[in-house]
Design a protein around this ligand. Sequence first.
Ligand code: ADP
Ligand code: ADP
Length: 218
Amino acid sequence: MIVVEELTKRYGRTVAVDGLSFAVRPGHVTGFLGPNGAGKSTTMRMILGLDRPTAGRALVGGRPYASLRRPLREIGALLEGRSAHPGRRAADHLRYLARSNDIPAARVGEVLALVGLQDAARRRASGFSLGMAQRLGIAAALLGDPPVLLLDEPVNGLDPEGVHWLRALLRGYAAQGRTVLVSSHLMAETALVADRLVVISRGRLVADATVAEFVAGA
Ligand code: ADP
Ligand code: ADP
């Protein structure tokens, strides 16, 4: 479960996130929707403790991210701009993340297979296509077998087959009772994978409903 309470982030005179409150429940894929600049990434960065809120707070499983001892086992995240060091081999990148989170090394091979990168384990991230880099980022998010997944625009760079694969994966995770939050600026695409939607605009909540309720009310 992710809980966001009265979260606000100001950058100088720009209010990126403005008193935002919502909860992301387990057992669903929740789409986090809003136009570019709405504040989705900023919200996700605050949930992950990468940005400090101006006011309010974000909790993962009832606790602030900063207090999680082995964060990758609590919340797996894919974020734009956070990637493997280009010179590092895919498996080494994951081994490094596993080590610092008390995750068994054997899990590295498992997640590489899960994302279809088993044959690229020894290749360096610098030679990866956008889609492969995205898959490696998803592998890192899945590494700790976390009960909560948070993915910022995960479809970026994936080919149609990859999009299909990701959809099935996220639905499977939600069906296991996990909490899945996926941001996008595309409503139609998100409605294919999500069963709940949190919609924001200019940093404020616009809707928090099931996809069916949203369509009925729109
Ligand atoms: P989204 O992810 O929905 O596209 P963002 O969270 O990236 O939206 O951005 C929300 C607003 O905050 C935008 O106006 C953006 O320009 C601004 N913003 C985001 N990060 C910064 C930053 N580091 N410094 C200044 N302004 C920022
Ligand atoms: P650096 O390693 O130079 O600090 P990175 O962007 O590679 O920069 O990673 C920043 C931090 O985030 C590192 O501590 C790394 O362990 C962690 N990290 C990198 N990728 C992930 C990921 N997918 N999930 C969680 N943590 C990650």
